[in-house]
Design a protein around this ligand. Structure first.
Ligand SMILES: Cc1ncc(COP(=O)(O)O)c(C=O)c1O
Length: 403
């Protein structure tokens, strides 16, 4: 006889299945620049966040293989105990220079970095104003903190300003939490405007650059660096109003892990209070070495950034010319095609898969109800012909869908 718990599990799975929201696992084997194999079939892979193919880059693999015999694999303990190796220290020095900050804290994942940092820096008496499209790890951190949470839409900053005014008499700090480049939208935050509001109302920004590293800035340092170089933000504004910068090693750098970049004091506080750093084994040694090698590649070959963004710009503009609804920044490698309905999204994804192209089929709870989408991630490691062929397939699918 089924236990009450088994009945609950079965019912939940049946609900997700009927709503076309059930996720299942499949083995995806990466086999070369921008390609993967599933069940013996080869696909061009437009579904990952590995924007430059660094997860399999020969230089990265060579660096890791050289270090493993001496430094090993696991870091064996929390970084607070004995889990901090020369590979960790080297990565921190590399990232600090790359990000132009005093220091960096490393976390076992980007999720742990975002969740743990937001949770430990904000307090119950604080007010946190967050973008409506914030990633789950930031939302979870806010919930854990117990601070008051208010939501705004970045396209309409009047709500944000209203909330800032309303919280004027608050005893705690006021935070604005945003991603710089939104992972499911391909759009960017209006950071100069957010900083201006923070200056006016004495608030501070926590900015997650997860999808901006490897994409924006002259050598992929992130969107804040891009705005700095363009004269839209100053060093002082970034240091004073965006004191907490979150990042991941798992996307544009092709490795694994998360980081926080900021002042020496910020990093010392995180080492002493971020529970996802303190009570988890340190980042693995190969992940540190791989991320260090990826940053070196970006710094030595900044033309990769230009290549990625010009490919993305051309792909997006051709889709728009063909009448597709494609939100986001014109040169973001994240290209969402809004299909609204989960069923339709799965259908388009399956058709593309049948033609040999893997894309992300994004449905709730990853995105809000009614905004299911295909998420195509442009890559600098895929041959241009594969991108052109994908475009052709999409145009054919669009015509079929409209008929
Ligand atoms: C905006 C954002 N922040 C943080 C994360 C978490 O990073 P990681 O995958 O390294 O855990 C993600 C992952 O999807 C993300 O999109």
């Amino acid at each position: 006889m089924s236990t009450q718990f088994e009945v609950r599990l079965t019912e939940q799975l049946a609900t997700w299945t009927s709503e076309r929201l059930l996720r299942t696992k499949r083995i995806t084997e990466p086999i070369g620049p921008g390609q993967c194999r599933i069940d013996g079939r080869t696909f061009w892979d437009f579904s990952t966040n590995d924007y430059h193919g660094f997860s399999r880059h020969p230089e990265v693999i060579r660096a890791v293989c050289e270090q493993i015999p001496t430094l090993g694999i696991g870091s064996r303990a929390s970084v607070l105990i004995s889990g901090w190796s020369p590979a960790h220290e080297k990565l921190v020095r590399t990232l600090s220079e790359f990000e132009l900050v005093d220091d960096v804290a490393l976390f076992p994942s980007g999720y742990a970095a975002c969740m743990g940092t937001v949770a430990c820096l904000s307090r119950k008496e604080d007010v946190i104003l967050c973008d409506r499209d914030l990633h789950a790890c930031l939302v979870d951190g806010i919930r854990i903190s117990g601070a008051k949470m208010r939501v705004y839409r970045r396209h309409n900053l009047a709500t944000l300003e209203r909330e800032l005014k309303k919280s004027a008499g608050n005893t705690g700090l006021r935070w604005i939490v945003t991603e710089s480049a939104f992972g499911m939208e391909g759009s960017v935050a209006p950071l100069p405007e957010l900083v201006a509001l923070a200056e006016q109302y004495d608030a501070f920004l926590i900015c997650d650059e997860a999808h901006a590293t490897g994409v924006y800035g002259p050598a992929g340092q992130g969107y804040l660096r891009e705005l700095l170089e363009a004269g839209q933000l100053t060093h002082e504004q970034i240091r004073e109003r965006i004191p907490v910068r979150l990042g991941t090693l798992s996307k544009g750098l092709g490795s694994q892990g998360g980081f926080v970049a900021g002042s020496t004091n910020l990093i010392r506080v995180l080492w002493n209070s971020a529970r996802s750093l303190m009570f988890s084994t340190g980042l693995s040694v190969p992940a540190c070495v791989a991320a260090t090698a990826a940053v070196k590649l970006l710094t030595e070959q900044p033309e990769r950034i230009h290549e990625l963004r010009s490919r993305a710009r051309s792909f997006r503009s051709q889709l728009i010319e063909q009448g597709f609804a494609v939100p986001g920044k014109e040169d973001s490698p994240i290209v969402p095609i809004l299909l609204e309905d989960p069923d339709r999204t799965l259908h388009w994804g399956a058709e593309l898969q049948a033609a040999g192209y893997l894309t992300g089929m994004i449905r709730p709870p990853t995105v809000p109800q009614g905004t299911s989408r295909l998420r195509i991630s442009i890559n600098s490691a895929v041959p241009q012909e594969a991108i052109d062929q994908l475009l052709h397939q999409l145009i054919c699918l669009g015509r079929k869908d409209a008929a």
